[in-house]
Design a protein around this ligand. Structure first.
Ligand code: DP6
Length: 373
């Protein structure tokens, strides 16, 4: 597959207006994507659990306009117009226009809402960009009369083409978004041990997964709900010329191979060691960038220490991971749900802003909702 496979054949249907709605989840990386090349190509492969409860629902309404000179769209979050979202979407439209040649022919109304509280510090770019990409694919499907598959694509690949292209488009909006369309584990980035893996889009983890990882739990502790001091995009760019970058990319490559074996064997101790090391390595990269920065807060470290003590005292298999922020994702097997949730409520909630946390679990990806019009 190359980028060119995602350039569509000429559209056959003339459509004046319509609307599509998709709901798409967030995801949490186990092996982290940190560092990218031109055109949102990752420096290393990553793998994530798709989440179930933290989701964005987006309705994309479109109506034909007279000119085809420029993009025209409005964005709403929970019914309120959001001018501040426009530049990110404009950048996204510019990147994907060649793959979606209808973009300048319509005016779009993008109405979006999240299940998680906004400004909770939970990144909405993965769920938001994947939901928008899926809505755009539904428009394309309508324009091609139900089949979006260009002639160049083999019959055998036809079934997955819709999702693959949606993932390809989502990646151009925000890298990690390409891992949100399916579940329960998705790999993004070319890797020798993952058949079909690609730098261009996410693919479902193709290997056997031990039952210990079924319905794995993730409670997100909202440690700091403020704006991040450094955005992910800036952070990724600081990996260019970073003194440890090449070793880090090699390590992520190796960790993806190792986690493939762990997911098969169900070795939870090995899982904990790999996942926590990945989280701390991500933040170590931030702390050793130039300029350097720290996204963890004192309470992030308090929580990590509490998790380590709890594990030492009880033999629990609970562990943590972090994304690019201060919040902590607490990961644990389903059979420990009751005890770990009690631990969270009694010992960790005090370190969260307004004692807020969100119980989530591994999910299976995006779904289309029926529109009434
Ligand atoms: C730390 O996908 O938010 O969450 O591609 O610039 O939009 P952009 O970055 P983004 O980076 C997220 C990185 C991470 C790790 C991960 O999800 O793999």
């Amino acid at each position: 597959m190359t980028e060119n496979n995602f350039i569509p054949k000429p559209y056959t249907n003339a459509i004046e207006k319509g609307a599509f709605t998709w709901s798409s989840p967030s995801n949490i990386a186990l092996v982290k994507y940190w560092g990218k090349k031109k055109n949102q190509i990752p420096e290393n492969p990553s793998i994530s659990f798709t989440l179930n409860n933290c989701k964005t629902t987006t309705t994309l309404s479109f109506s034909k306009k007279a000119d085809k000179d420029a993009f025209s769209f409005d964005v709403y979050l929970d019914g309120e117009k959001k001018e501040s979202f426009k530049s990110k979407i404009e950048t996204f439209f510019n990147r994907v226009e060649v793959y979606l040649p209808f973009l300048k022919a319509y005016h779009f109304k993008i109405e979006t809402s999240n299940t998680f509280p906004h400004s909770s510090g939970i990144a909405s770019s993965a769920s938001g960009m994947s939901a928008l990409a899926l809505c755009l694919m539904s428009v394309e499907e309508a324009l091609t009369g139900g089949s979006v598959i260009p002639r160049a694509v083999e019959e055998s690949q036809a079934e997955t083409y819709f999702i693959q292209k949606a993932s390809f488009l989502a990646r151009l909006g925000s890298g990690s978004a390409c891992r949100s369309l399916e579940g329960d584990l998705v790999v993004w980035g070319q890797h020798e041990s993952i058949e079909g893996s690609s730098d261009l889009f996410g693919v479902k983890f193709p290997h056997q997964v031990h039952k210990a990882f079924k319905n794995y739990q993730d409670t997100i502790l909202l440690v700091d709900k403020g704006e991040k001091v450094v955005s992910s995009t800036v952070g990724h760019n600081l990996m260019h010329g970073h003194p440890f970058a090449q070793e880090r990319f090699k390590q992520a490559d190796k960790n993806l191979k190792t986690i493939t074996e762990i997911l098969k064997s169900g070795d939870l101790d090995a899982f904990i060691a790999l996942v926590e090391s990945e989280a701390l390595t991500l933040h170590a990269m931030m702390m050793t960038s130039m300029p350097y920065f720290i996204l963890m807060k004192p309470n992030t470290l308090e929580i990590i220490n509490k998790i380590w003590s709890f594990r030492a005292e009880t033999g629990s298999k609970v562990c943590f991971t972090l994304d690019a922020g201060a919040n902590v994702h607490v990961l644990y097997p389903q059979n420990e749900a009751e005890t770990v949730r009690t631990f969270i409520e009694t010992e960790l909630a005090d370190y969260c802003q307004n004692r807020q946390f969100i119980h989530d679990a591994v999910g299976f990806g995006a779904c289309q909702l029926i529109n009434n019009n």
